[in-house]
Design a protein around this ligand. Structure first.
Ligand SMILES: [Zn+2]
Length: 184
């Protein structure tokens, strides 16, 4: 049996959302002097989806969770037996990983995120179709090659020291500087 119309339209809607986000990011990067030449055919996107070699992921959940979800493996369908390498381990020639939403996003070298993943310091996550780990935004701020933000509502930050949520890099509760302190 084929997919129902409902599933099909959901898939198309997700695809359209993804493409719209890519277009938005293309404009933003252009303002920074990075020209993204994007490929859209299936054959081409088996290779890096653009000539700059930037993998682009939309993840807006960091605003409420304080974490970025960094994907390492996926299943195209929940009933598939095996996960395949994806996200930071997708072997498509891309070398930069861009993640965030329309107002705030981070750019990392993929190899750096792979090293971070291999430390197994951060919470791993597994769903029916995706595997990955949670990178706290304060760690993302420190590790990223570039952060682009024109945010009126900056993401909340979690203070590891006093176990509370705040908006500032330096915790307003205990004074812990989450960017300067070495994370151990
Ligand atoms: Zn604190």
């Amino acid at each position: 049996m084929g997919e129902s119309n409902l599933e099909r339209s959901y898939y198309e809607q997700k695809l359209e959302e993804g493409l719209r986000f890519q277009d938005h990011i293309t404009d933003k990067l252009y303002q920074l002097g990075i020209v993204l030449v994007t490929y859209v055919s299936k054959a081409r996107s088996l290779k890096a989806e653009n000539k700059a070699g930037i993998e682009i992921k939309r993840d807006g959940l960091f605003r409420s969770s304080g974490n970025l979800y960094i994907e390492t493996a996926e299943k195209s369908h929940a009933s598939n037996l095996e996960y395949v390498a994806s996200g930071i381990y997708r072997d498509d020639g891309s070398w930069l990983y861009l993640i965030g939403d329309e107002e705030t996003f981070w750019i990392f070298p993929k190899t750096l995120l792979q090293r971070v993943e291999q430390t197994q310091k951060y919470t791993s996550v597994m769903t029916a179709t995706s595997r990955g780990f949670l990178l706290p935004v304060d760690v993302a701020d420190r590790l990223c090659a570039r952060k682009v933000s024109e945010d009126e509502n900056p993401p909340r930050r979690y203070c590891r020291k006093c176990d509370s949520w705040g908006l500032e890099v330096v915790c307003s509760n205990c004074g812990f500087d989450s960017v300067r302190e070495v994370y151990t």
